[in-house]
Design a protein around this ligand. Structure first.
Ligand SMILES: NC(=O)c1ccc[n+]([C@@H]2O[C@H](COP(=O)([O-])OP(=O)(O)OC[C@H]3O[C@@H](n4cnc5c(N)ncnc54)[C@H](OP(=O)(O)O)[C@@H]3O)[C@@H](O)[C@H]2O)c1
Length: 322
């Protein structure tokens, strides 16, 4: 059987690393486009056997260079995304314009699949620039290449994330932790490996479902997430519900920093539950349910945030399992 060539954008990130491992193990060849081969080359190269991975350094808007890569591709996967805007890195450019270009190229070069990572809850979050840009990106994609499959995941976690790992760092350092909207916002966190299973399933079973919401096995509120993380790292912290005006003020200050902890736009997003809408197919409907559970998975890597690191003892979960 002829090996399939996957062209991946944003492959050095959390999902990308897991995905490259899965694809190369299953004899797919991948070409990963990165902005900086010196910084990201070793991360990408080590995810698969020699010969299965090619890395191309390019500006994602360099259409002449990007176009060439489509000549040998069967499948294109877009994992590029940002959480905040900085200079030319606007939501519109990254989440709307770029996916639209990719979809046009997929159509022009007659690719078998275009899989694009969008986000859950973007129909509801009408006042968020992030959500609007993702939604407009989806519209452009479906207009330009109707065979595309768009995945809308809830928050994604793994040892490589910027979510549980960042929160555990903050919980370690701060004596108290702010709860926006009383910590009531609900999430259905999905493990990176479960999401990768969905992507692989779509490719290998040739599923063309347009929009699929991807969620984990549990619905957990923001407060519960923080409490679970505190339990896992053996810390007690004061959880303080923050009035909205203070939340907005802190976001205004945070977003001045180069890598903001919170922006005003993220605060708007936090207002809306990040759960299945009921209007689209989910990973369960396509027979690809999540297998991982939040606490069990984070337990595997959270020890680095505990007192004593790898020598720390925390047997509560193990006792519960017995
Ligand atoms: N993580 C979540 O909880 C979550 C939830 C819902 C949706 N999503 C979506 O899922 C996709 C993948 O998520 P992820 O967590 O794997 O993302 P990630 O770890 O942040 O990685 C994204 C990759 O995109 C590339 N990238 C970032 N900014 C870029 C820019 N301005 N220009 C060009 N490339 C850029 C980077 O690759 P190089 O540095 O190699 O160029 C980076 O490795 C994104 O579209 C994201 O919006 C994520």
């Amino acid at each position: 059987m002829k090996e399939k060539n996957c062209l991946i954008f944003g492959g050095s990130g959390q999902i990308g690393r897991h995905l490259i491992r899965k694809l190369t193990k299953n004899n797919y060849r991948v070409t990963v486009v990165t902005r900086n081969i010196h910084q990201k080359g070793h991360i990408i190269k080590t995810q698969g056997n020699a010969g299965y991975i090619s890395i191309v350094e390019a500006n994602i808007f360099d259409e002449i260079k990007i176009r060439k890569l489509f000549e040998n591709a069967d499948i294109c996967i877009n994992l590029v995304g940002i959480l905040y805007e900085k200079k030319g890195n606007t939501f519109k450019n990254i989440h709307t314009l770029f996916p639209s270009i990719l979809a046009k190229l997929c159509k022009q070069y007659n690719l078998k699949h275009f899989i694009h990572l969008s986000a859950l809850g973007i129909n509801e979050a009408v006042d968020s620039k992030y959500a609007i840009s993702k939604l407009n990106g989806e519209k452009e994609i479906l207009k330009n290449f109707p065979l595309s499959t768009i995945l809308r995941p809830s928050v994604i976690y793994s040892v490589d994330d910027n979510f549980t790992t960042n929160f555990m760092t903050l919980l370690n350092r701060l004596p108290m932790f702010p709860l926006y909207y009383f910590g009531r916002t609900k999430f259905m966190p999905i493990h990176s490996s479960d999401l990768v299973e969905v992507i692989f399933y779509i490719i290998s079973k040739n599923i063309y479902s347009q929009i699929i919401e991807c969620v984990g096995s549990e619905t957990i509120s923001f407060r519960e997430i923080i409490e679970k993380l505190l339990f896992l790292i053996d810390k007690k912290r004061l959880l303080i519900p923050i009035p909205l005006f203070l939340g907005k003020l802190s976001a205004k200050i945070f977003q001045i920093f180069p890598k903001p902890l919170l922006t005003e736009d993220q605060l708007k997003l936090l207002k809306y539950d990040n759960v299945i809408s009921g209007n689209y197919k989910t990973n369960l409907d396509i027979n690809c349910p999540s297998k991982c559970f939040f606490e069990e998975e984070v337990e595997k890597y959270c020890y680095m945030w505990r007192e004593g690191g790898q020598f720390s003892k925390h047997n509560i979960l193990k006792k519960e399992k017995k």
